[in-house]
Design a protein around this ligand. Structure first.
Ligand code: L34
Length: 293
């Protein structure tokens, strides 16, 4: 069993990005500029946006977090988005999800100019990604692909089973791994909450990607010997007696599954750090106008 060390790969890629930023600056250009909108005070969102801000600083990007209270109206938020769309100083921006219930997330996503949509959530980017055109690919699936690539994990002809059909992870990763080339050429099965006999599918997976958001859902008996297991889940659970009072759990029961795997991601330190780095990659692409010219 080998651990897929997302933290290590993320640090490596950050060094590569930082060197590109240096080149841009040396040639008289301005560093990429990312803006994140954060609504409310959700603990996990605060952490993730904090990681994004820190990563920008590490690679030499300009970054800014625009914070708003839960009470912001949809109209007000859409106005902020228009301003960012029209601000030539901003290369890309994101609106951290989830949003308060009174705001329609899909409306917000569609208000973002696809050229600045470094989250890759806008239907134009999703559509372009789906047919293999240059696009901003959403950060978590892109991070998974990058992890597979950096560890040279073979994918051609492999059976990849994806648990979860969300717009931001399950669907796009299933699409990417079924596309031609490397990492890809997989036979992909998408399973979800209405799939009967889940175990029948998961035990045939050479590559098992779990993105359900259900802590420790995948047990050893669900995994084939020698499988590659990628755990996208990240749930905070109470942990009395620890310093923080809580800890993070993945969707996979790591302790009993790990010994069966050829490769497995830890939580934390697996997919999460790659998600951050993929956002940086998209922002760099935006600054270089690589996707839309
Ligand atoms: N708009 N909303 C938008 N874009 C995104 O790409 C996200 N996502 C998801 C939630 N909402 C979003 C993220 O940023 C999930 N996500 C994310 C980002 C970073 C990490 C996890 C999820 C991360 O840094 N994970 C660390 C541990 C974090 C911790 O200590 O809580 C890890 O090692 O897995």
């Amino acid at each position: 069993m080998e651990l897929l060390d997302g933290k290590r790969i993320a640090d490596q890629i950050k060094v590569e990005i930082a060197s590109e930023v240096e080149t841009i600056k040396r040639n008289g250009g301005t560093p990429p500029h990312l803006v994140a909108i954060l609504v409310g005070h959700d603990g996990a969102s605060e952490t993730y946006v904090g990681h994004k801000e820190k990563a920008c600083a590490q690679v030499g990007f300009k970054s800014q977090v625009l914070r708003f209270e839960d009470s912001i109206t949809e109209v007000q938020l859409l106005e902020k988005i228009q301003k960012l769309n029209n601000n030539p100083d901003v290369d890309g921006f994101i609106v951290q999800m989830p949003l308060p219930k009174h705001i329609d997330e899909q409306k917000v996503i569609e208000a973002i100019d696809p050229k600045k949509d470094v989250d890759g959530f806008h239907p134009v980017n999703v559509g372009r990604m789906n047919i293999g055109l240059p696009a901003y690919v959403s950060a978590t699936p892109d991070g998974i692909v990058e992890l597979i690539r950096r560890y040279n994990i073979p994918t051609a002809g492999k059976h990849c089973v994806v648990l979860g059909r969300s717009n931001i992870v399950g669907r796009p990763i299933a699409n990417l791994l079924s596309q031609k080339g490397y990492p890809g050429d997989c036979t992909v099965t998408i399973c979800h909450s209405r799939t009967p006999n889940l175990k029948e599918f998961t035990t045939t997976a050479d590559i098992l990607i779990v993105a359900l958001g259900k802590a420790e859902f995948v047990t050893a008996e669900m995994v084939k010997e020698g499988a590659v297991v990628i755990d996208v889940g990240i749930t905070r659970v109470e942990a009395p007696g620890t310093k923080l009072g809580w800890k993070l759990l993945g969707d996979v029961k790591f302790n009993e599954v790990a010994s069966k795997c050829s490769y497995i991601t830890p939580v934390p330190g697996g997919v999460g750090p790659l998600t951050i780095v993929s956002l940086l990659k998209n922002t760099l692409k935006a600054a270089k106008k690589e996707v839309y010219g």
